[in-house]
Design a protein around this ligand. Structure first.
Ligand SMILES: Cc1cc2nc3c(=O)[nH]c(=O)nc-3n(C[C@H](O)[C@H](O)[C@H](O)COP(=O)(O)O)c2cc1C
Length: 184
């Protein structure tokens, strides 16, 4: 069983985090969840107030005593999704002033998998520059832009086109989320 950190910020797209937690549980993986303050409000607003119940462990974003605030805690990767431009900027600049941004900073310093799923449109040069920095520092940027060639029939199908790639990059390639190109 793997152990994964899921960080949720106040960008639109709470459904990405909700479904990632569903998939991790189905795949028998252990999940550790942290929300920013704004994320809690946006999740409730977008219709996912019960998301925390899908995780194995939930932490307060101010809890720097949480295990994954330290590099010595072993885990298999972290996904920040959806990732706001504010949290993305903090992570790109090593500002670990919350559990979420500290945990992401720890992933970069420990060379652990860090998947960022940014959500904003349009993006300014500053947003793009921060993403370039993160990619250079070893994070994987998987924008929240779904594919359509699978002929998705629902919002969940669309969301899963992004989550399939998130799971792949978390090292969980053996999943059946979404259809793979030429394997359809
Ligand atoms: C309903 C709603 C949707 C939002 N969507 C986005 C978004 O898609 N991308 C983004 O960068 N910020 C978005 N914001 C603004 C962020 O929530 C805000 O910048 C906040 O400070 C982010 O803080 P956090 O990263 O600590 O959650 C949204 C805010 C609200 C209320």
């Amino acid at each position: 069983m793997g152990r994964y950190i899921v960080g949720v910020t106040g960008a639109s797209g709470s459904i990405y985090a909700d479904r990632l937690l569903i998939h991790l549980r189905k795949l028998g993986q252990e999940s550790h969840l942290v929300f920013t303050e704004t994320a809690k409000k946006v999740c409730a607003y977008e219709g996912f107030p019960e998301m925390a119940a899908r995780a194995d462990h939930v932490y307060d974003n101010k809890d720097f005593f949480a295990p994954f605030a330290s590099g010595s805690f072993r885990h298999d990767g972290m996904a920040v999704l959806p990732c706001s431009m504010g949290s993305l900027a903090k992570i790109a600049h090593g500002i670990g002033d919350s559990l979420l941004t500290r945990a992401a900073d720890v992933c970069l310093k420990e060379k652990r998998r860090l998947i960022i799923v940014p959500r904003e449109t349009p993006m300014s040069a500053l947003h793009l520059q921060n993403q370039k920095s993160l990619a250079d520092f070893g994070a994987v940027i998987i924008p929240a832009n779904p594919a359509f060639y699978h002929k998705p029939a629902s919002i969940e199908d669309l969301v899963d086109t992004v989550l399939a790639r998130v799971l792949d990059h978390l090292g969980l390639e053996d999943h059946d989320v979404g259809k793979r190109w030429r394997e359809m």
